[in-house]
Design a protein around this ligand. Structure first.
Ligand SMILES: [Zn+2]
Length: 382
């Protein structure tokens, strides 16, 4: 069992207080957006008393990851675990499929775009399915709303977009909107936000309120209009969303635990000062419409969030007495509340709130004692 120290990402949308509170540290006045647990080379966890987790794994991948995982995903940890704390909305985004990521990466390599360049879309050859699990209430936009409902929303706003949606469908309308000349995009974004503020569409008051807030943060960004085509989802504590390739989404506000494949491939569609490549985004978007599916975990005491992702599996344990965990390859453990004792063979470690461990594939079953809420990330079933 390896104790970890985890890097914090200070992105501007981050909460000033949530991650410091989890870690039991005073706020620094700087936003703390994400706590990363894993072996991503750009910000690996540090193994206490040793090196970065990526370097530690590179010394003994077969032992720490297991032969099956190394054969499938190579000698690196296939998943990354994060605590995400958003006090402001994140960009409108989607992630490519494995085939799209491979093709895009090769294309940009071929064109000589530096991997660290701001306009680089594909930073690796991997897809990035992700799962976000809410800690307390969490607001997000996820997938296109049922077309008929979006028509109703825009009709109530008195916008011609309603007719276009009805006639041309989602794909063509979305494409038209995001490829308008910049001045027309700005005018449409302002007019839409203004309509939302003046006379919110009945039944869509919360959606309109978010559009007004997004417009205030990104004035004239046509992502405001795109956001109004998506499902507004409010997750309660323990609820989760799975975001497969092509799903257009944006996290709006809240704290969550997120697990994802080890990739950095993001295609943005607005609501960000970062690079936006609409042409590339349109290639990967899934225009299937319908309500977002909220995932609830099943099983006790280990409650598992089932997804089709082969790279990861997230579970949570409300520990209130001894629990024994069978091993399933390498894993990350993070205590979100309370204090636990984790034993493995002869070794026993105390884990307080905010503390975490990496356990290699070659170690035996784990026993948990104490009381607390634990998140566990392992590889998926494949
Ligand atoms: Zn995402």
């Amino acid at each position: 069992m390896l104790r970890l120290e985890n890097p914090v990402q200070p992105y501007a949308w981050g909460s000033l207080t949530a991650i410091p509170a989890l870690l039991g540290r005073p706020p620094t006045g700087v936003p703390q957006a994400e706590l990363w647990l894993g072996a991503h080379p750009s910000a690996p966890s540090q193994v206490v008393g040793d090196a970065g987790l990526d370097a530690v794994i590179a010394r003994a991948p077969q032992a720490l990851l297991g032969e099956r995982l190394v054969a499938r995903f190579g000698p690196t940890l296939p998943f990354l675990l994060k605590v995400l704390a958003a006090s402001q909305p994140l960009s409108l985004q989607a992630h490519p499929s494995l085939a799209q990521a491979k093709e895009g990466f090769e294309r940009e390599e071929g064109a000589g775009v530096a991997r660290t360049a701001a306009h680089r879309n594909y930073r690796d050859t991997n897809h990035k399915p992700e799962l976000i699990c809410a800690l307390g209430r969490f607001h997000a936009l996820c997938g296109f709303r049922r077309l008929a409902d979006s028509v109703k929303l825009f009709r109530a706003l008195g916008k011609p977009l309603a007719e276009r949606l009805e006639q041309d469908g989602l794909r063509a309308t979305f494409q038209q909107v995001v490829t308008l000349p910049p001045a027309d995009q700005r005018a449409l974004a302002f007019a839409t936000a203004e309509a939302c503020a003046r006379r919110p569409a009945p039944g869509f008051e919360a959606e309109c309120a978010w559009a007004v807030r997004l417009s205030r943060q990104y004035p004239g960004d046509v992502g405001v209009v795109g956001a109004l085509l998506l499902n507004l989802v409010t997750l309660e504590d323990g609820d989760a969303l799975y975001l497969p390739a092509g799903n257009l989404h944006a996290y709006l506000e809240g704290v969550g635990v997120e697990v994802m494949a080890n990739s950095d491939n993001v295609l943005r569609g607005g609501l960000t000062p970062k690079h936006v490549d609409v042409k590339e985004l349109l290639k990967v978007l899934d225009f299937g419409d319908g309500p977002a599916r909220v995932l609830r975990p099943s099983g006790s005491p280990e409650a598992v969030y089932e997804t089709p992702a082969p790279e990861f599996r997230l579970s949570r344990l409300d520990v209130a007495g001894p629990v024994e965990l069978a091993r399933r390859g390498p894993e990350l453990l993070l205590v979100m509340r309370g204090a636990l004792e984790v034993s493995c063979g002869e070794e026993v470690l105390d884990l307080d709130q905010g503390e975490s461990l990496f356990v290699g594939a070659d170690e035996g079953p784990l026993k948990l004692f104490g009381e607390g809420l634990l998140f566990r990330a392992t590889a998926g079933a494949a």
